[in-house]
Structure formats: C-alpha cells, structure tokens
Design a protein around this ligand. Sequence first.
Ligand code: 5AD
Ligand code: SF4
Length: 480
Amino acid sequence: MIDLMTDKVTPNDREKHDEGRQGEAYAPFVQDPNQYQKRFYIESYGCQMNFADSEVVASILNQEGFGATRNLEEADLIFINTCSIREKAEQTVRKRLTEFRKLKLRKKGMLVGVLGCMAERLKSKFIEEERLVDIVVGPDAYRSLPELVAEASGGQKAVNVLLSRDETYADISPVRLDSNGVSAFVSIMRGCNNMCSFCVVPFTRGRERSRDAASILDECRDLFEKGYREVTLLGQNVDSYYFVEESTNRVITFANLMEEVAQLSPLLRVRFSTSHPKDITDEVLHVMARYDNICKYIHLPVQSGSTRVLQLMNRTYTREWYLAKVDRIREIMPDCGISSDIIAGFCTEEEQDHLETLAVMEYSRYDMSYMFFYSERPGTLAQRRYTDDIPLEVKKRRLQEIVDLQGRLSFESNKRDLNKSFTVLIEGDSKKSDQDWMGRSSQNKVIVFPKENYPLQKGDYVNVQVTDCTQATLLGKIIA
Ligand code: 5AD
Ligand code: SF4
C-alpha cells in the first residue's frame, strides 16, 4: 500500500514547523519582477500566528517597493520570523542565521532582519550576539519596518521591540504567501493574558487585544470572493475574543464573530485555533453545531492530565473540569474531532502525574496531538518559581509513551471512520501523486482519494467514502 502519511500535518510536521523547515522553509512566491526593483525573502518559524504575521510584513514591504522572492541569492533583504516557544526553536533560528551570515559576507548591502518572538525576547542583545543582524523587530512593531529598513540601509543598526496594547494590524491586507488558494489564516486577536507558567508568549507577544470585527469580516469576504473556501480564525486564545463596535456599542464575542463569518457563505468553511479549555463556552459549541460550514473540530490543549501539575502550570482548570468539557463537546457535537497539546516532564511531574496524562488522552480519544517535552524558558513564571527537575531521559521516555499512545488513538480514530462518508474540501494534489486529490473533512482529517474522471478542481467540495486508512491519513473514493 502507498504510504500517504506525508499528506497529514502530523505532530512531526508541527515539530518541523516549530523548529523550522529548512530548505522547504516558508519563503514567499516570486512577485512580478517588473513591478518591484528590490526584493525581500522571508522565512517563518513557529505557530500559525507567525506565518500570518509574515503575510502582514509582506504587505508592508510591498508598499515600500520590495517584491517577494524565493531565491535567497537575489534578495536585498532577508527576514527570519522567529519562535521562542522552546529552546530548540531558537537553536534552529541561530543555525539559519549563520547560513545567512555567509551569504551576507558575499553580497554587499544585503540586510538581515530578525522578526517575531525571539526578536522581542532578546531585543538589542541580538545585535550584540549576532553582529551581522541589521534589523530587530518585535511582533507589534512591523509598521515601523520602512523606517527601520531605511536606517539600516544607512549603516545603522535598527531595533524596534515596543509592544503595544492596541496594535492588531486591522487595516493591513495580508499578502498571501505560498497559499494553496483554498485555505487562509485570518488573525482575529493578538497577545495573551493567560500566563501559563511554562509559556514565553505573554512576554513576547504582549497583552491580549481583539481586532475590529468589521475588518475581520471584510478580510474573510474578500478571501471568499478571491476563491478561498476556508478561513481559520487565529488567536492565542480565540474564545476570549471581545470587541465593542463603536457605532452601536454592540459587544461581539467569539461566538458572535464566528457566526457572522459563517453567514458570509455556506460555501466558506470556518475553523479556529486555539481554544483554552477554561474559556470555550456552550454558546460557542451551539453556534458550531448550528452551522454546517463551521468545522467540527476543536483544538483543546490539555497540557497535563494531573490537577496538581495543571495548577503549577497555572492553567486554571482541573483534570475533572477538562474532562467535563470534552463530555460537553461530544454531547453537543457527537462527531466533533478533538486534538490537544501535551507537555511531558513539567517541573515536579511524578510518574503518577504522567499516568494521569495518559489516562486523559485515552478518555478524550484525541484524533491528534502536538506533543513536547518541557523546555524551560527564561523569564517565565515556571523558570522563576520552580526547578526544572525532571531529567532529560525521563522527559524523553514519558514523551515517547505519550507519542506512542497518540499513535494508537489516531489509528483507532481513523479506523472508526472506515466506510463512513465525508464532505471533503479539495486542497490540491496529493503529495505522492497527481492522480490523487488531497483534502480535509470537517473534522480536519486528511483524506486522499483518486481523481478518477470527475471534473473537479481544488476548492471544490466532494463526498468521499473512506475505504482504508493509516495512522495519519484516510484513503477514500469519490461517491458519485
Ligand atoms: N516547553 C514545552 N512546550 C511548550 N509549549 C509552550 N511552552 C512550552 C515550553 N516551555 C507548548 C504548549 C503550547 C504549545 C503551543 O507549545 O503545549 O500549547
Ligand atoms: Fe502560552 Fe498559555 Fe497563552 Fe497559550 S494560553 S500562548 S500556552 S500563555
């Protein structure tokens, strides 16, 4: 049987994604060479938010006369949009920077800029440590890129890492980079107020703020008109979206926003990420259940299955509270897919805590999880308060047990889908063969199926019956 596992965004892919995808890293398409005299190259690491931010950066740079290129050699400006979430992510960026350095030494006048979370975390220290970095810009300072580029072109080092309480880039139309033309990410809020003790994000991305609802709806409408058929509403904690419309004083919650996006067209699929278990409400679940075009899939990171560890993580829910949320989702939407983020080996984690994590996974029957071992981050609450006391071998062994269990759960979940049929949104050719389509079910599972002779194209919906599966992918056949 053909192995089609590569079509799925597996935990492995996320890890690659997180820690960088060199070679095939995210570099934008080449824009019309006649329209732009200067060229920028951008590579993104980390979460989807970073990838969405790079599209905002591309828009700002286009305005300044810089066109995107995939070819490093012809770039006047190289940007790397960085991630600080785990130490390994930062190491990958540093390695990549040494490669850019070689290029810079060969090419006079070329500028290298560091964007995103690592820029925010290290600030001007970056320039002291990496002398060939010319520009350092934090996630809330992209509007100042034109001035910073000008400054750096004049030979000065340029840094702006100011965090903002209200910047959402609401009025900037992102330039879609490397898009399949079918699905797009739409940022609805920035920052995070949660202060999970392991997490560096509240320090690198600042306070939480919600983007103007009208601008979100405009962006989604525009995407639909351009042929896109799926939007993923993005935020660190989407369920705490809160916006007051100035003209009417109307409060718009995440449930309201999602409903309004869903009403744009029944042909536009709506997804969202990420939900915090403490914030996802029944109202959100009921809106999801009411609209066929809101995908039945929730990413609901548990992080740990032990109430004691959850408390140290400052997650503000207990194991029981989490499990009740899973029950509630299944009660309201029996067919809803659920996935999770899990951290192995957080400070003080004992074998019993680890077993409780495995038990929560089993109970929740996750379709998929992103799994990590704990990596202490400078400045976080955990780093200041607790000792990173679990030996690396123990962290790795526990992580492996989590990965193995998830492998079994994913396979079981896929086997439950055998013979069922799903409406699939076609995203493009399967990676393995241009004779096969690849698309996703509402539950976010990748389905690969032969094109046969049907006159279909990407962006179309088609009913597919599942005939076979691997741990990571469903295989199917079009139902006429
Ligand atoms: N160590 C390991 N994993 C982490 N995450 C966040 N911070 C850390 C850390 N310090 C994981 C969490 C989060 C996901 C995006 O990354 O599981 O949900
Ligand atoms: Fe980090 Fe927690 Fe905020 Fe997610 S919710 S970004 S894990 S602090």
